[in-house]
Unconditional design. Structure first.
Length: 141
């Protein structure tokens, strides 16, 4: 039996990550700020890196709570291990993958199963992957 899901209520100004379920973006997370919580339980968020179609201002969306998670804890890293689960920052968001090799000093190859791509990233654009499960952060294997 699965443990009960902890309810997380976000407040105005909270930093969150939005999990994308759109085709071509599955497995990516985008940093946003909570603008408000509506009476129906939905949240209005403003993205930190995504812009409206006319690029005049940050994109604002109304989302279900299940599409949001708190910003994950940041663990400073000086290196990553082979096959370690990571997130790589690319195209304005964090994409889930795993380390497949070292390309050069402080650059790692990351493989993305959702796109079947392997790309080299500098250390500062990679973070340890965490899963948000039942209201708790778990370090991914």
């Amino acid at each position: 039996m699965r443990p009960p899901r902890k309810r997380v209520d976000f407040a105005r100004g909270d930093k969150v990550e939005v999990c994308s379920n759109e085709e071509g973006f599955i497995g990516s997370y985008y940093l946003a700020t909570v603008v408000s919580r509506l009476d129906n339980g939905l949240y209005v968020v403003r993205y930190d890196t995504l812009l409206e179609d006319d690029e005049s201002q940050p994109l604002t969306e109304t989302l279900f709570p299940k599409e949001l998670r708190p910003a994950p804890p940041l663990l400073p890293r000086s290196h990553f291990s082979l096959y370690q689960s990571v997130d790589a920052f690319d195209n304005d968001g964090w994409w889930v993958g795993h380390i497949t090799g070292i390309s050069s000093h402080n650059h790692y190859y990351v493989y993305f199963p959702t796109t079947n791509e392997q790309i080299s990233y500098p250390l500062h654009r990679i973070r340890v992957h965490h899963d948000w499960l039942h209201g708790d952060w778990l370090l991914s294997n």
